[in-house]
Design a protein around this ligand. Structure first.
Ligand code: BGC
Length: 418
């Protein structure tokens, strides 16, 4: 074999090798809003798993907790005819994207992987558009949590509250002792997050459903809702001047550092404690938000997938869909993220105490009737109604509007958004 021929043969092999690799490999461009320490660590797991299978991950992170900014960017990309491969989209919005006719059908993966058997039916139904899977669920977050620094409570001689009345007693002591009682993130979605916890606490699950799921005008302006608004405003003197505009993870950091005593936030906050090496029970306490121990405000993250023309991109997309529900990803992602697996039958051993309590509460409240979808996190109503509620809540919290006026306005704005 002369050397020229050898080189030619080698090149043929190389080319064949390259073709073989690229036949396996495709790119996924993934739009999400997981940019905090704990969130970034969690999503990195998916990237790694995809890369192990030879695919490429193009990160399309749009910062902004709660995802409002990400949704705006997503719409403009789709309108421009250039959707990403996958995007973090939740709840009833999945149906709206289905109506646009731009989503990829994932039934082939779903059948092969037995998604109908692996997922709770209530979750699976939300992921389907006209009976076809168009989205993959990732996790289950519980919204109604209180994250507390026990050291601050101890120094202030205050008790951990289980009711909003006890909260007020504790908050007074904490403030007097020179600490910030509540780490508050002054952004509309965060204010709406606390608001819905108070709706649950003051009104119970039936009232929650009538107002934040059914959007019933009479209930929205009822005396119970007036009480909810009063309770929300009661918290304000126990927050600090830096609250307006503060990101949720910076608020969590205040609790971690012992500057503030507590934060009311979904369990992605636990991801920040975990990323900082803090242990539940010792360094921080996780309790249901006051008055909500028998309720579970749920929030399921999911990815919708957009139709792809390129066969390699299709393969990568299918791989992503498959990997999300694999036990490996469900375990590592949810341990880091603070959520619990959405896949049924996962081993409990890797999870910490708050996660185990969340798992028990998820099952228990499904039976007792205390399991309700989060309005603030897009699980309960269409975006127009959610937008109207969030606007009224934030306008009320940041002005001297009376609680009565806020409840009336809530009813009329929600009617107008229907
Ligand atoms: C999402 C979480 C996320 C949180 C803060 C929620 O709406 O469901 O996954 O961690 O927003 O950005």
């Amino acid at each position: 074999m002369n050397s020229r021929f050898f080189t030619q043969v080698l090149m043929v092999f190389l080319a064949a090798g390259l073709i073989a690799t690229s036949a396996l490999a495709g790119e996924v461009e993934v739009l999400h809003w997981w940019t905090s320490g704990g969130e970034a660590k969690s999503v990195a797991v998916l990237k790694e798993l995809l890369e192990k299978e030879g695919h490429t991950w193009k990160d399309f992170a749009v910062a902004g907790g709660g995802g409002d900014a990400a949704m705006t960017v997503l719409k403009s990309r789709v309108v421009a005819g250039n959707p990403p491969t996958a995007a973090q989209v939740k709840g009833p919005q999945i149906q709206l994207w289905g109506d646009e006719g731009v989503l990829a059908k994932l039934d082939e993966v779903a059948r092969a992987e037995k998604w109908d058997e692996l997922l709770p039916k209530v979750v699976a139904d939300v992921m389907k558009y006209e009976d076809s899977y168009v989205a993959v669920p990732v996790n289950v977050h519980r919204i109604n949590w209180m994250w507390a620094n026990p050291e601050v409570f101890r120094k202030a001689g205050a008790e951990l509250p289980t009711t909003w009345e006890q909260f007020e007693v504790a908050a007074k002591k904490i403030k007097k002792a020179g600490f910030i009682p509540v780490a508050w993130g002054g952004q509309p979605w965060q204010e709406a997050t606390v608001f819905e916890m108070i709706v649950a606490a003051v009104g119970g699950p039936d009232f929650y459903r009538r107002t934040l799921v059914d959007a019933d005008a009479k209930a929205l302006k009822s005396p119970t809702m007036v009480k909810v608004f009063e309770m929300l405003k009661m918290i304000k003197p126990y927050t600090d001047k830096g609250a307006p505009g503060r990101d949720w993870n910076l608020a969590t950091a205040m609790v971690i550092k012992g500057e503030a005593a507590m934060q009311f936030m979904g369990d992605w906050a636990k991801g920040e404690f975990t990323a900082a090496g803090k242990k539940p029970g010792a360094d921080y306490v996780a309790m249901p938000a006051p008055g909500t121990s028998d309720q579970f405000l749920f929030n399921v993250d999911s990815f919708i997938m957009f139709e792809q023309k390129d066969p390699e991109a299709q393969k990568a997309q299918k791989a992503m869909a498959r990997l999300i529900l694999q036990p490996e990803f469900q375990k590592v992602f949810n341990v880091n993220k603070g959520s619990i697996p959405v896949r049924l039958g996962m081993p409990r051993a890797p999870f910490d105490d708050p996660a185990l309590r969340s798992m028990n509460a998820f099952v228990g409240t499904a039976v007792s009737g205390g399991l309700v979808p989060s309005m603030a996190h897009e699980m309960a109503v269409f975006p127009a109604i959610r937008g109207a509620i969030v606007d009224v809540v934030t306008n009320f919290y940041n002005s001297d509007m009376s609680a009565k006026k806020a409840a009336d306005r809530l009813a009329s704005e929600v009617e107008a958004a229907k």
